[in-house]
Design a protein around this ligand. Structure first.
Ligand code: GLP
Length: 242
């Protein structure tokens, strides 16, 4: 695992944006794995800025998102599909035909998961962007998820629902389940970039990097991947031993 420590969130976001922009320029048909949460927003803003100023094109780029809440349709303003449109897709020239996000509004969750796994197997991810939960989750793979899991229905733990409640009007509205790409799908990506910012991520980052890989910290599975780069600000890196 390579660890890159940046002074602050802005510099971290600019650093990772450079890498993604280079990837898209070098291979305009790239497949990117994308994440939601507040952490990648700065990255998406940099991609939009570069698209507007330098014309980097996403016309032939495909994207796969990690996860989606079950019970929220695509047009629900808290769905991850809506988030991605607002934060990125509406502001670049990507075709929505090339955008893949599990459909949380489906009546057949199992079929949706199978179809997502199928699509992922046909379109290997060049670079997967990840955030991390305060409990070490990646995507919505909570502690205890086997490292060989693939896209499936998952139950959100109380802490994750509380962490994400800030985006909803009340705790009752936070969904209890999601569809999440599994840890194996994430490990199948060619390159994995994990982003973390702020003191509240420092424990999760330390465990991910320094503890023996264990299902208690889903992100520690990344230690088994040959090409992971962790982009952190000084606060998120503050508990690392060296
Ligand atoms: C959610 C998402 C994760 C994300 C995490 C952290 O649980 N499913 O993919 O990494 O939030 O979010 P934030 O970046 O807002 O701290």
């Amino acid at each position: 695992m390579e660890i890159k420590v940046f002074k602050n969130y802005q510099e971290m976001s600019e650093g990772v944006a450079k890498l993604i922009i280079n990837q898209v320029i070098n291979n305009p048909q790239s497949t990117l794995g994308l994440a939601t949460g507040s952490t990648p927003i700065g990255l998406y803003q940099q991609l939009i800025k570069d698209h507007v100023e330098n014309g980097t094109s996403y016309k032939n780029v495909r994207t796969f998102n990690l996860d989606e809440y079950i019970g929220l349709s695509k047009d629900h303003n808290q769905s991850y599909f809506y988030f991605m449109k607002e934060q990125l897709f509406n502001h670049i020239d990507i075709s929505l035909d090339n955008v893949f996000i599990p459909d949380g509004g489906t009546h057949d969750v199992e079929a949706e998961c199978d179809a997502y796994n199928q699509k992922l197997s046909q379109s290997p991810i060049d670079i997967q962007i990840l955030g991390i939960g305060t409990n070490g989750h990646i995507g919505f793979n909570e502690p205890g998820t086997p490292f060989d899991s693939v896209t499936q229905k998952v139950e959100l733990v109380e802490g994750t629902r509380k962490d994400n409640a800030r985006f909803f009007d009340s705790m009752d509205e936070v969904p209890t389940h999601a569809i999440s790409m599994g840890i194996k799908n994430i490990l199948d990506a060619n390159v994995v970039i994990l982003l973390a910012s702020g003191k509240n991520k420092a424990d999760a980052i330390k465990t991910m990097v320094e503890a023996k890989p264990h299902v208690d910290c889903p992100a520690s599975a990344l230690q088994n991947h040959p090409h992971v780069i962790v982009y952190v600000d000084e606060e998120a890196a503050s508990k690392l031993s060296k």
